[in-house]
Design a protein around this ligand. Structure first.
Ligand SMILES: [Zn+2]
Length: 51
């Protein structure tokens, strides 16, 4: 499996730090680092721009 953001690779099963997100029916995996950045980006969007 490959991180959808930075291209990092991991063997199956993915480490606990990896997260899986489904967007428009497409399953994407993010490594630990990108998951954190991704979460922050999503939360930041919800907290500020979205509302
Ligand atoms: Zn990554």
């Amino acid at each position: 499996m490959v991180c959808a953001r930075c291209g990092a690779q991991a063997a199956q099963p993915p480490p606990l730090t990896w997260t899986c997100s489904v967007d428009k029916g497409v399953r994407s995996y993010f490594c630990g680092t990108c998951s954190r950045d991704n979460l922050r980006a999503i939360e930041g969007r919800l907290d500020s721009d979205w509302w």
